[in-house]
Design a protein around this ligand. Structure first.
Ligand code: DQA
Length: 148
C-alpha cells in the first residue's frame, strides 16, 4: 500500500503567522510544512502539502489523493463550516481522514461549531495549535500500521 499522505489547507492559511496571531500563533505555514515533512520522514510517510484559497483546488487535490494517497489530513479553514462540496469530495476518499483546526473552534463563534467535514472525518483535532497537524499525521500512521 502507498504511504502517501495529503495534507491540505484551506483559505487564509497562507497568512498563518501574520493573521490573528493571538488565535493562530506565530508559526507560518512554511514552518508547519517543514515540521510535518521531518515527522513524515520519521514515520516513513510521503507527504503532499498544499494550501489554496480556492474551493475547487481543494476538491481537485482530494480527487488526486483518491487515486494515490492512503490518508488525508485537512484543515479546511472556513470551508469547514460552509462546504458541502468539500464534504462530498471527502466522501469519495476511501482512506483515513483527520480534520485539524489550529484554534478550538468550539470555544469561538457559534457558526464555527458546525463542521460539514466532521461528518466524514475519522478524527478531529482542534485547539492544539499547529501541533495538531503533527498529531494528525501520527494518527494516520497509527491507523495505517493497524490496518497492515
Ligand atoms: C480554522 C478555524 C476556522 O473556523 C477558520 O475559518 C480558519 C482556521 C483553524 O485552524 O482554527 O480559517 O480552521
Amino acid at each position: 500500500m502507498s504511504r502517501l499522505v495529503y495534507m491540505l489547507n484551506g483559505p487564509n492559511l497562507n497568512l498563518l503567522g501574520k493573521r490573528q496571531p493571538h488565535i493562530y500563533g506565530h508559526e507560518t505555514l512554511a514552518d508547519v510544512e517543514r515540521d510535518c515533512r521531518a515527522l513524515a520522514a520519521e514515520l516513513k510517510l510521503d507527504l503532499v502539502f498544499q494550501q489554496s484559497n480556492r474551493e475547487y483546488e481543494i476538491i481537485d487535490w482530494i480527487h488526486e489523493a483518491r487515486e494515490t494517497a492512503c490518508g488525508l489530513v485537512i484543515n479546511p479553514a472556513a470551508f469547514t463550516h460552509t462546504s458541502v462540496a468539500v464534504l462530498d469530495a471527502l466522501n469519495t476518499f476511501d482512506h483515513p481522514v483527520i480534520e485539524v483546526h489550529i484554534s478550538n473552534v468550539h470555544k469561538r463563534e457559534e457558526f464555527r461549531h458546525r463542521s460539514f467535514v466532521s461528518l466524514r472525518a475519522d478524527g478531529v483535532i482542534a485547539g492544539c495549535g499547529t501541533l495538531g497537524y503533527q498529531l494528525g499525521l501520527r494518527r494516520i500512521a497509527q491507523l495505517l500500521d493497524q490496518a497492515a
